[in-house]
Design a protein around this ligand. Sequence first.
Ligand code: NAP
Ligand code: MG
Length: 484
Amino acid sequence: MTDTQFQYIDGEWCDGDSDDELVIRDPAAPDDPVVSFPGASRSQAAAAVGAAAAASETWGATTPEERDAVMYAVADRIEDHHEELARTLTREEGKPLSSSRAEVGRAAELFRFFASFTRTAAGDTLPSSDPETFTYTVREPLGVVALVTPWNFPIATPTWKLAAAIATGNTVVFKPSSETPMVARALVDHLEAAGLPEGVVNLVVGSGSTVGDEILTDERIDAVSFTGSTDVGQHIAGTVAERGIPVQTEMGGKNPQVVLPDADLETAADAAAAGAFGLTGQACTATSRLIVHEDVVEEVTEAVVARAEDIQTGPGIEDPDMGPAVSAEQDETNFQYIEVAEAEGATLLTGGDRPDGRESDAGYFVEPTVFTDVEPGMRIAQEEVFGPVLSILAVSDFEEALAVANDVEYGLSASLFTADMASARRFTEEIEAGVVKINGTTTGSQIQMPFGGMKASSSETQKELGHRAYEFYTHKKAVYRTDP
Ligand code: NAP
Ligand code: MG
């Protein structure tokens, strides 16, 4: 593969043949592009779907042993190239090197975890009402699955979709974010080297609105799994719904952390700072609202501000506490929301600027930012920023905390800090969120646990990750077999 070949169609690496030029930048040094190359054209996207469709029957008929052998080999290769992959990820996405290393390690773990699906994505045998008839269910691959992914976990998110899809016998057209195609290409390169047959996974790099659209409107696609913003996800769900094929959309969040007076306040402050500023706030599960009981709001606020001011920002490659925002667009969004919050009357306690007087051409850096006096109806309390900007809202009791926590369109992740088991139980029952933490950060998930949101955060069709993630990628056929 040459430096500019980012398209992998039917087992061949090639250049994009559209007029769109993709320019990949290091967000810590954006002036000096890392690579630029032509994006795929619509006809290349269609060819990728065609290759996946052609490979579908053969791959769907492979044995579990054949499929898991490739998956274990990919996991090994990812581990063998761990540092190189982590550096590639940091170069284009900007996150601290240790975060990239952890994410790459997780990708290997995901291939091994999902390899078990080749043998465990099972149907059921059920008692039959007719003694002459044997009743059971079987799981079958869907066929061709389109995967459309964002930039913030550019190897883990594609992997948890792709590994589940190929383990269950599907073929794939993978459209990564235009911000992070280098690590996507490296992943596919390892799949090829691990012996994945041609056509089983095809990579198409190009703009979402052209090649993404081409893939999703192709009649040969049998299912779509998307992770990204709510606007794009809802648009895609609408497009695909017309055809009635399975679609899974995991989208934005506005995740609350609630702190009650009986909580361990130091631990709660640690969690809030980690959840809000870790990964530059660019996690779909990032903590963006800290909802604190009025009796302890002053103490918690002070503790969180102190932690924010302690955070070292810098280029991801130097492994600081916090790297830059991913792109010029996200950088602009961060500063726009800081302005919006101030205009709405929120009080800026710390941050709000570029660190150490950095200029914008020296990277998309922003200080960890904390606002207080935030009211539930303000835009800063309602809209996803996707940056290191935390809003503190004071409440007078648990009921109000719960109401405020639920008073947003999103419902991805939520956490409660308390020592009271009754409050913990009510919170888990009444919070509108797909992931609930008691005395833990809103961020972070275990791969054996299902992952996904509620409300505008998710289509709620089928959770990702977890031991039943194969359900999205398989038909369950009910069979009644009566002997002649
Ligand atoms: P995005 O702008 O929605 O893009 C996601 C993907 O969709 C990209 O590959 C994008 O391609 C593609 N796309 C854009 N427009 C499209 C269209 N009309 N048709 C088909 N595909 C299209 O999201 P992002 O900026 O990459 O990521 C940040 C967002 O992802 C945040 O809102 C975050 O909360 C969310 N997220 C959610 C989860 C979760 O599990 N719930 C996890 C991580 C991130 P281009 O890059 O070419 O535009
Ligand atoms: Mg985008």
